[in-house]
Design a binder for this molecule. Structure first.
Ligand code: NDP
Length: 341
């Protein structure tokens, strides 16, 4: 590696109050460090942008520690080993890890699990950050372990065109269930039905109040709702509860409509009782035991073209903050990535 090579990084410069802005981030240039014994230098090709990063920008109590100020933004990456002083890795290996918002990462690869080699023969590198990575496993866990979707049931998923939601509906269809998406805008809804094969998709932007959204759900789910995969919260969850069947199950995965601190009260919690529902929140990284099984199914489906996915790709590390702000506003269409090489 050329000793004068530069690593461009994005740091968290300040904590947002409400909606984040590009001023909360700072781009810096540092020299690419030299390797010590056991270390591996990875050039990151793709950076994954994910909604959970918004939560980590806050200082408050959460399931994950806050992102430190003036440190490289934490995040998943996929790339290529460019130099190795570790017997388990060699230059040219394709790897995924938590490289953060930067062009290069120095990894102490002797720590188990920090860097995973991946096979890009049948699966593109970027898919390991989406359908065959954390978002795909998230979909799988919520659908298979919490909702326990079965043939003939109706499963609803919000943020249906996104990285997680798109996999939820397709995995539900693969199990013989009826899949109904909720997404923002006609283009996203058309894609969800025509490309991904969902049975129906509701554009929530066309429904400004609960009555209207609930009526649309009634039409799309004539037999009621047996399972719901929640990514958004607020009015969407309220409308689903109004159409839920007895003993239906909700996988509470995300509540992105409240990530900037917006209040998202549940209007009719009594429906949980009258419908005898179960609702379970989960964090996918706390269920590492299911990752191999989930990745096996997801990898096979993607490699054989049976699980489709879409990506929105920003170019270059400097574009990461703007792309991240777009993700929180639904400007992404599918998995949001930043391409670095
Ligand atoms: P997506 O690719 O789905 O992108 C986020 C989408 O959320 C946007 O495209 C937008 O879609 C929708 N959205 C954004 N703001 C709002 C809003 N105010 N109201 C309604 N919809 C909104 O992201 P992911 O697939 O990566 O993540 C989906 C969800 O899963 C998130 O809530 C995330 O936090 C959660 N998650 C949870 C995990 C866990 O372990 N529990 C792990 C991974 C993800 P649209 O245009 O359709 O509104």
């Amino acid at each position: 590696m050329n000793s004068s090579a530069i690593n461009r990084q994005i740091l968290l410069a300040s904590r947002p109050q409400g909606e984040p802005t590009v001023d909360n981030f700072r781009l810096v240039e540092t020299p690419v460090p030299a390797l010590a014994e056991g270390q591996v230098l990875v050039r990151n090709h793709y950076l994954s942008l994910d909604p959970y990063m918004r939560g980590r920008m806050n200082d408050g109590k959460s399931y994950a520690a806050p992102q430190p100020l003036d440190a490289v933004m934490i995040g998943g990456t996929a790339g290529e080993v460019v130099e190795s002083r570790n017997a388990n890795f060699k230059a040219g290996d394709r790897v995924v890890g938590m490289g953060g918002w930067q062009e290069y990462q120095l990894v102490d690869a002797s720590q188990r699990g920090v860097l995973q080699k991946v096979d890009t023969t049948h699966i593109p590198l970027s898919a390991y950050l989406g359908a065959v990575g954390m978002p795909g496993v998230t979909a799988w866990y919520g659908l298979v372990k919490i909702i326990q979707a079965k043939a003939g049931q109706t499963v609803v998923v919000s943020a249906a065109s996104g990285a997680v939601g798109s996999a939820v509906g397709q995995l539900a269809k693969a199990r013989g269930a009826r899949a109904v998406g909720i997404a923002g805008g006609a283009d996203k809804c058309r894609y969800v039905v025509e490309e991904l094969g969902f049975d129906a998709c509701i554009d929530y932007k066309e429904h400004k109040d609960l009555k209207s959204l609930s009526a649309a759900l009634k039409q799309a789910c004539p037999d009621g709702i047996d399972g719901h995969f929640e990514n958004v919260g607020g009015m969407i969850l309220d409308a689903v509860l109004m159409r839920a069947n007895a003993f239906s199950r909700v996988a509470l995965c995300g509540m992105i409509s409240g990530y900037n601190g917006e209040p998202i009260p549940l209007q009719f919690p009594q429906l949980l009782l009258s419908n005898r529902m179960s609702i379970e929140g989960f964090i996918v990284s706390e269920h590492m035991e299911i990752w191999p099984e989930a990745l096996k199914e997801l990898g096979t489906l993607v490699a054989t073209g049976k699980l489709k996915y879409r990506e929105t790709v920003a170019q270059g590390i400097a574009a990461a903050p703007e792309a991240f702000l777009g993700l929180l506003k639904g400007r992404n269409f599918g998995k949001q990535l930043v391409k670095l090489v």
